[in-house]
Design a protein around this ligand. Structure first.
Ligand code: BG6
Length: 457
């Protein structure tokens, strides 16, 4: 039997925009998702927009009561900035009450709330002045963070500033999956830099607030594996890790931006605008822990044509189609559990073994209804196998001394997935969109409960 350390966090992750619903009511202001859906509904799978998602705004009490039934002892979600501060300055008292009740319900059910501040949901008022392209966004975010700490700091002891900052940067400014859906490497770097500084300011607000607890950041990690050991392929791997992994991990944990990243950006004329005291702020505001969302590795090879200066990351590294890969055909992502071991070792050796947890891992599958058994339960054995394989490698990493304190599955109840709408389902509970958002536990929910009860499997 594989046993995890005492006090290990077994939980699930989600976000405000993907679960709450009520996206244009109860005082919430629109985000880029609300506005983009208005402008281009055809981009969203099946016309499923952000308005209603999984109706947690109404169903949170029931949801929280059900959490222990699948063994959760912790839960991550986010606060919606546009709900809490609809114009960026004025508190929405209804939102304060909603979040306080929600977090209190978690505490009453022995669920540790892990609360994140930004999960791809840029308020529209801020997007209208340029979003993260505009340096003002840093102060706006710091004010929001300070407000959240003041309003909920007595209930929440574990905070995160951003979820997967790389994703809103690359999807918004390189690959067109998020608004403003433009392609501009230079802007992407500037947006990334302001996001990083916004994170640092939020950590500073947290330290200044004096509230008890810990603060971190949730990063997506796609560890790069090179096609070969050739100098060119290794160089491509290094560029991929610098841009995508070390770019946030180094400043967040070590308090510095990697010199090699600065050289790479400078060589490609991509350096962002900065301010004099930024370096000091980065050095002084390192985090207490890291969350790593892991779904898939990044296979890379040397670019086939070299453009200088780079116009796209593919001018620095190209993706490589590994012939032996195992794939989740619904999401198109490679399944490679061993990477979790490698990540654990990276955290141990490169990041002074800072406490970290797997903040997301999971498997999105389409048309899960077809797996229903005679009792109406979705038999998602594939999801159980997926989690087991990943946990085995995570456990090896912990045995090797890596300081991992938890594992969160994406997700608890099926949720809305951006442009993919409700196509791929990830939950331990299914959500019936045609029948009042009714929740039904899947087989994986039962398995997760045993996992958590036994602190292993
Ligand atoms: C992570 C995000 O990237 O993966 C979630 O934090 C997202 O917001 C999840 O939903 C699964 O990816 P997707 O694109 O299938 O929803």
């Amino acid at each position: 039997m594989i046993k995890f350390p005492e006090g290990f966090l077994w939980g699930a992750a989600a976000s405000a925009p993907q679960t709450e619903g009520h996206s244009l009511t109860n005082g919430k202001a629109p985000t880029t998702w609300d506005e983009w859906f208005k402008l281009n509904p055809e981009k969203f799978n099946n016309g499923q927009g952000p308005q209603n998602t999984s109706n947690v705004y109404e169903m949170y009490q029931e949801d929280v009561r059900n959490m222990p039934k699948v063994g959760l002892n912790s839960y991550r979600t986010s606060i919606s900035w546009a709900r809490l501060l609809p114009d960026g300055k004025t508190l929405n008292q209804e939102a304060v009450k909603f979040y306080r009740d929600y977090f209190q319900a978690m505490l009453d059910n022995q669920i540790e709330p892990i609360i994140n501040l930004f999960h791809f949901d840029m308020p529209w008022w801020l997007m209208e002045k340029g979003g993260w392209e505009n340096r003002e966004s840093v102060a706006d975010f710091a004010f929001y963070a300070k407000t959240a700490f003041e309003q909920f700091g007595d209930l929440v002891k574990t905070w995160a500033t951003f979820n997967e900052p790389l994703v809103h940067i690359e999807c918004g400014y390189l690959y067109q999956f998020h608004y403003p859906a433009i392609v501009d490497f230079k802007k992407a770097v500037q947006v990334g830099y302001h996001t990083l500084i916004a994170h640092e300011y939020a950590v500073r607000e947290f330290r200044r607030s004096g509230i008890e607890g810990r603060i971190g950041i949730i990063l997506n990690v796609l560890p790069a594996y090179s096609r070969s050991e050739s100098v060119e392929d290794i160089k491509a791997k290094e560029a991929a890790d610098l841009l995508n992994t070390y770019s946030f991990l180094d400043p967040a944990v070590l308090g510095t931006i990697p010199e090699k990243l600065i050289e790479l950006l400078s060589y490609n004329q991509l350096l962002p605008d900065t301010q004099v005291d930024d370096k000091k702020i980065i050095a002084e505001n390192t985090v207490d822990f890291i969350g790593l969302n892991y779904y898939q590795p990044r296979r890379v090879k040397a670019p086939s044509k070299v453009h200088h200066p780079a116009q796209m990351p593919s001018d620095l590294y190209e993706s490589y189609d590994w012939p032996d890969k195992k794939i989740n055909p619904y999401r198109g992502w490679e399944i490679y559990p061993k990477a979790l071991y490698d990540v654990a070792i990276m955290m141990r050796d490169q990041y002074h073994n800072i406490p970290w947890f797997v903040s997301e891992n999971g498997m999105g599958v389409a048309d899960e209804e077809r797996f229903k058994d005679d009792n109406g339960v979705i038999n998602d054995q594939y999801r159980i196998d997926f989690m087991k394989e990943h946990l085995e490698y995570l456990h090896k990493g912990i045995e090797a001394g890596s300081n991992c304190f938890g594992y969160h599955v994406w997700t608890y109840v099926d949720c809305w997935s951006w442009l993919n709408g409700y196509r791929n389902r990830y939950g331990l509970y299914s959500v019936d969109l045609d029948n009042g958002y009714q929740r039904t536990m899947k087989k994986s929910g039962l398995w997760f409960k045993q996992l958590s009860n036994n602190n292993g499997f």
